[in-house]
Unconditional design. Sequence first.
Length: 77
Amino acid sequence: MTKHPQTAANTRYAFASIAAMLAAFLLFVAVMLLPLGLTADTQVSLIRFSLYAIVLFAVLGGIFSVRVAYLRKKNGA
């Protein structure tokens, strides 16, 4: 089965967004669990940043996944 180039590109973008979301989650876990010697303000800032990044990449991954589904339906795949 050959994929349409737009479908293949959007699939890659969706997987990249999911990978970035997992990386942001690992940052969140590391900041929460590991004693990194950070000040409380820095720790809160990193936690807030990682949570915003998780939400951003989850939304992007969802958008690309919906786009892939739309393109597959449009192309009859």
